[in-house]
Write a protein that binds this ligand. Structure first.
Ligand code: KG4
Ligand code: ZN
Length: 332
């Protein structure tokens, strides 16, 4: 099967062509193209402006889809289906991709499949590791979500916990802003932290169970910056980043202890962080856990992961109704 995937949930306009073949009871995916356009327009505002994001998606959706088809050397009439993110995200942005996908599916008389964005991040792991066996634990760390799940099988998930306040990437972005760095700030924090040391004792958040919280840590950084006359930004970045990693590892360890699952996939924009990857891998070696990080092109938002998730959903559950609507918040 050949699917077009479309992603417009936030500030990335993405289109991708993915081919799949059955191998045993699994689909093996081949990415024929994966085009992403990030909207830099938001950086000067320090965060995503929803109305600007929707307008940019409207401008970009047709050329991005056309480019994805051209790069893959695929024509519209070669497509077997279209998958598109329908939730969660910015409703105006989601509607651009969703309406476009519905219109195209009616016109081409092919199925369309609505995909939950978080399921896309799970499929970035299947795309990067075709032989990754279930069950495994998945930790999704993005700008909008922080979620720990048990992946029982493809399309069968159990959420163990999620953030009660800010998302992990959001905390990176907010601390970056406090340090005068551009939006989105995660990569800038990582870079700055390389020249810093862990000299500041920011508190590791305390929260029982599998839930996450980052707002206390964010506030601790804010108070530190207000109180300190000459704060060293590189030490703040480094100390903050190390505490985030400690906290995430604590939660993963708890799930590993309780559920005895040693394979852990980490996905979402924050998963590209090299320091996080290194510390997770070192921790895994000590505690008999194996961590899987998506290919760099699969960490941040992209449409290949949406195409792959859509193919698998189509095989299990068929197409989505044309009445499917965009939703800002919806559980996986
Ligand atoms: O998955 P993603 O592209 O979009 C959402 O679904 O939200 O994740 C974007 C998030 C942003 O908060 C960004 O600051 C963060 O990923 N990020 C990073 C790094 N690169 C991107 N966080 C930490 N270190 C990085 N190198
Ligand atoms: Zn995402």
């Amino acid at each position: 099967m050949i699917f077009l995937g479309i992603e417009t949930s936030c500030d990335e306009t993405g289109a991708s062509i993915v081919r799949s073949e059955s191998s045993g009871n699994k689909q093996q995916f081949q990415i024929l193209s994966n085009i992403v356009s990030s909207q830099y327009i938001h950086s000067k505002y320090g965060g995503v402006i929803p109305e600007l994001a929707s307008r940019a998606h409207i401008r970009l959706i047709v050329p991005i889809v056309k480019t994805a088809l051209d790069v893959a050397k695929i024509r519209y009439q070669d497509l077997d289906g279209i998958s598109v993110t329908y939730a969660p995200g910015l409703v105006g942005s989601l509607l651009v991709g969703l309406s476009f996908a519905k219109a195209l599916s009616v016109n081409l008389k092919i199925p369309f499949v609505g995909v939950n964005h978080l399921e896309g991040h799970i499929f970035s792991l299947f795309l990067s590791y075709p032989n990754l066996e279930t069950p495994f634990l998945a930790l999704i760390l993005s700008g909008g979500h922080t979620e720990l799940l048990m992946i029982k099988d493809r399309c069968q998930y159990e959420s163990l916990g999620s953030t009660v306040d800010d998302a992990c990437g959001e905390a990176f972005d907010k601390v970056a802003r406090m340090l005068g760095l551009s939006y989105p700030g995660g990569a800038f924090i990582e870079k700055l932290a390389q020249s810093g040391n862990r000299t500041i004792d920011f508190p590791v958040p305390h929260l029982p169970g599998y839930n996450f919280s980052f707002s206390g840590l964010k506030t601790a950084v804010l108070y530190y910056l207000k109180a300190e006359k000459n704060p060293k930004p590189e030490d703040v970045a480094c100390s903050f980043q190390e505490v985030v990693i400690d906290f995430l590892l604590k939660k993963v360890r708890l799930a590993n202890d309780n559920l005895n699952i040693n394979n852990i996939g980490v996905s979402g924009g924050v998963a590209i962080n090299k320091r996080l990857q290194k510390r997770f891998e070192e921790y895994g070696e000590k505690h008999d856990m194996k961590f899987y990080f998506p290919l760099p092109s699969m960490c941040a938002d992209n449409a290949a992961m949406i195409a792959a998730a859509g193919i698998e959903r189509f095989i299990h559950f068929g197409s989505s109704p044309l009445t499917l609507t965009a939703e800002a918040r919806v559980k996986l």
